[in-house]
Design a protein around this ligand. Structure first.
Ligand SMILES: Cc1cc2nc3c(=O)[nH]c(=O)nc-3n(C[C@H](O)[C@H](O)[C@H](O)COP(=O)(O)O)c2cc1C
Length: 339
């Protein structure tokens, strides 16, 4: 594993927005993204949300370092202070991310209290100020991830106004999580499942704003579904939980969306992780920090339970190394031996 802080921006990759893996706190860290990249060369991979104050005041390398192999990779920022967001972008630009995204969709309490995330759906003019300040510091596109509305807002009115106002500040690329966030009374987890999905509204936004790149997020679990939404005119589909929980099903073969036949065998993906794992351990890291993201790789395949078991029992032990990964792999490649 190589550290790449700072790196020059990568060559822009055409059309990476067609499929992306969503920003997910505690999940899409650099190890997860490295693993996902072994399954798709083309999809855009988003970081976890990093708040602007954390970047300005906190441990920059820990928050921003990533491996060059992860490209194309988008940094998601949280915040609502234009000057602070601009300062965060100014710092982060040396790292060479391919896109900077502003989180206007996350409903957690912590995020609301700082006035950022989904509560920004109520303040499109402030979002416009934020993205304008960010774009002034960014050599790469500034994009926005939002909801269709919050609480008792009427999405049919609020979403087009939001897109119009923020686009006027220069944003060309939106990812719309196709459900409202209810800021009172629902946990963040419930807010990803309970408010109903409205794909039709997102499709109508593409018709209304054909010049904008509109990507849909929420509830997509299979590549066929993504292909269907792209065929209806959307520019991209972002997949969150399914990509993380069943990466073999969702990400292997995804490059067909770009007409490419790259589709590695999941066993080969595990083997390809070994040098990365060894470098991480040599640097003082723990096996589980990487393998926790790999538990779902063989989902639905004979031996998947054994694979998960070995990784989650043996993989967390002090001093666990690549031999645990190889032992777990035997549950897949030689399930009868390990039974
Ligand atoms: C564990 C977890 C953490 C998340 N963290 C973030 C985040 O940091 N920023 C963000 O914009 N959305 C976050 N989300 C929401 C996802 O990006 C996505 O919008 C949501 O899961 C819906 O997509 P899906 O149905 O494909 O999972 C998170 C979701 C999960 C499951």
């Amino acid at each position: 594993m190589t550290d790449h802080a700072p790196t020059p921006p990568a060559a822009p990759q055409f059309g990476a927005e067609r499929l992306s893996v969503a920003p997910m706190m505690d999940w899409t860290d650099r190890h997860c993204r490295y693993f996902h990249r072994l399954m798709t060369r083309r999809a855009m991979l988003y970081t976890e949300m990093v708040t602007a104050p954390a970047i300005v005041h906190g441990p920059k390398a820990r928050l921003l370092d990533f491996s060059a192999e992860e490209h194309p990779v988008a940094l998601q920022l949280g915040g609502s202070d234009p000057a602070e967001l601009a300062a965060a972008v100014r710092i982060a630009r040396d790292w060479g991310y391919d896109e900077i995204n502003l989180n206007c969709g996350c409903p957690s309490d912590r995020v609301q209290s700082g006035c950022f995330g989904a509560v920004l759906m109520e303040r499109p003019a402030l979002v416009a100020d934020c993205v304008a300040a960010m774009a002034a510091e960014s050599p790469v596109p500034v994009t926005v991830k939002c909801r269709i509305g919050v609480d008792d807002q009427t999405p049919e009115e609020v979403l087009p106004r939001f897109l119009e106002t923020v686009a006027a500040a220069g944003v060309r690329h939106f990812v719309v999580h196709a459900r409202k966030a209810w800021l009172q009374g629902l946990s963040p987890k419930e807010n990803r499942d309970i408010p109903p999905l409205d794909y039709d509204l997102v499709l109508r936004m593409k018709v209304r704003f054909p010049e904008l790149t509109i990507c849909l997020n929420g509830g997509v679990t299979r590549l066929d579904q993504a292909r269907g939404l792209l065929a209806q005119g959307l520019d991209g589909v972002m997949i969150g939980r399914a990509a993380y929980q069943e990466p073999g099903q969702v990400l292997i073969g995804a490059d067909a969306l770009w007409g490419e036949d790259f589709a590695p065998d999941p066993v080969a993906v595990v083997r390809a992780m070994l040098p990365y794992v060894e470098a991480h351990l040599a640097g003082g890291g723990r096996l589980h920090q990487i393998t926790r993201h790999m538990l779902g790789l063989f989902h639905g395949r004979p031996g998947a339970k054994g694979w998960r078991q070995v990784l989650s029992v043996e993989g967390v032990r002090e001093g666990a190394g690549p031999e645990v990964l190889l032992a777990a792999l035997e549950r897949i490649t030689a399930p009868t031996l390990a039974a």
